[in-house]
Design a protein around this ligand. Structure first.
Ligand SMILES: [Mg+2]
Length: 304
């Protein structure tokens, strides 16, 4: 699986945190409940939970990899710069002519929420019910705090962190998370992983933030194919890297409706752990081979 030659060229690895360095989605129902609690939509809580779970499971017409259009209250599928399909919450397909009228992505960008991970599903639901940003933020903070404490504390995959620590052959390991500073630091503290990274950015504002970070690495002299971005949310974590010529690894246990092809497509954390070890091995192997070549060339020069 990891025989790819390109792994030995990797010098910088950019990681997402939530959904990438831990996997957990039992928060979904609680997050939706807290979001609707005390609002005029509280009675719709069970329905919203079913909807959220169906989206994650790939059992709804609107799914991961799609965009929620806030103004029109529909889901849209993007291919390249154009929308190619669309669906209502009831699952009906939108007419082709209507889809064409949406034009290019940039024309609709202000109306769009990417449904890239379980967090994005709840953000879209918050917009669907026209709830204020402050309600989403307080529900987010509440559920994030619960995720670090019993009985809802998530499981750490320590073997992945050991493999990450053992990945010493790359120049830089970077963590970019859109989660705000307070919760980002608390999650890193719980997982005990802060020291594993050369740079950590919370509130990273991906996808634009990843685009900028990637460009900064190029300006430092790294080549695009030497940079690998790993994440569960294609829109935030992978598309910006792919557009600039970088390597991409999607890790997510869920089906995705994003039509893009990534260099690697993983599902579970133990696969990511194996990938860390495979990168370390292939760089080390290449360095050894390069060393041998240099030694042989020197020998020939001396003898010649
Ligand atoms: Mg993520």
């Amino acid at each position: 699986m990891y025989n790819e030659n390109w792994l030995s060229a990797i010098k910088v690895v950019i990681f997402d945190m939530d959904g990438t360095l831990y996997q957990e989605d039992t928060f979904l129902e609680r997050y939706i409940r807290y979001l609707l609690e005390g609002t005029e939509h509280e009675e719709a809580t069970d329905e919203a939970m079913r909807l959220g779970r169906a989206i994650i499971a790939g059992e709804h017409a609107i799914g991961f990899g799609h965009f929620y259009h806030m103004r029109d209250d529909v889901g849209l599928v993007l291919e390249g710069e154009r929308f190619v399909r669309g669906f209502t919450w009831e699952g009906a397909a939108i007419e082709e002519g209507t889809i064409r009228e949406y034009g290019a992505f940039s024309e609709q960008a202000v109306h769009l929420i990417p449904i890239g991970d379980p967090w994005g599903v709840v953000t879209a639901l918050g917009r669907k019910y026209r709830l204020p940003e402050s309600k989403l933020r307080s529900a987010f903070d509440r559920v994030r705090q619960e995720m670090l404490l019993p009985p809802h504390r998530f499981e750490r995959h320590d073997k992945l962190f050991e493999a990450l620590e053992a990945l010493g052959a790359v120049d830089k390991k970077i963590l970019l998370t859109n989660t705000h500073f307070e919760s980002g630091i608390a999650f890193m503290g719980y997982m005990g992983i802060r020291h594993l990274f050369d740079d950590v950015v919370c509130g990273a504002n991906k996808p634009a933030g990843l685009h900028a970070y990637f460009n900064a690495l190029l300006a430092q002299g790294y080549q695009a194919h030497e940079i690998l971005s790993i994440g569960d949310n294609p829109w935030n974590d992978l598309h910006p890297a792919k557009k600039l010529g970088g390597r991409t690894c999607m890790i997510s246990p869920y089906p995705s409706g994003d039509p893009e092809i990534w260099d690697l497509r993983l599902r579970r954390l133990d696969e990511l752990e194996q990938l860390m070890r495979a990168i370390q091995e292939s760089i080390t192997r290449r360095n050894r081979a390069d060393g041998q070549d240099r030694a042989e060339a020197y020998q020939q020069e001396v003898q010649g």
